[in-house]
Design a protein. Sequence first.
Length: 167
Amino acid sequence: MCFIQVLLGDMGTGKTSLVLRFVKGQFYDFQESTIGAAFFSQVLSINEATVKFDIWDTAGQERYHSLAPMYYRGAAAAVVVYDISSVDTFVRAKKWVQELQRQGNPNLVMVLVANKIDLETKREVDVEEGARYAQDNGMFFIETSAKTAHNVNELFYEIGDFMLQIS
Ligand code: GDP
Ligand code: MG
């Protein structure tokens, strides 16, 4: 099974870092900003099935906003990322969710990711707040850290597992 997934969210929330952690098992302290979008592909074996993830990692800057529909319209799953240490990125994540609800594919599987949980001391968005928003909008919710690898494989594995179940 193969499906297309898109990562959306403010610049600097850790989208590229999450994908690189998943695909390469590594973390970079000085990750260069993505220009336009980057494409990654990864194969996982889930419950004896082979699942291929085709991942569009978008840039997040406002000036690339008009390109985003090209990536999310063809996607089966969308991962919207915010940074728990910045409430602004949570506000921006909600804007992405609204846009996906209005303009995304109606069967789009949506996941809200609260990244950078290693920055607990700088936390500006409570777990409950993120979880409640996700629940109210029919999204999966998970807190991750691309830096420590916490929940990163779980994030992709859960999505793959769910896509298998509904395929
Ligand atoms: P993107 O713009 O959403 O793709 O974000 P990047 O992946 O480029 O990450 C932006 C910055 O945040 C980089 O300096 C990363 O090293 C850092 N970063 C990404 N994920 C984490 C995380 O989980 N914890 C911490 N502390 N820093 C992170
Ligand atoms: Mg990036």
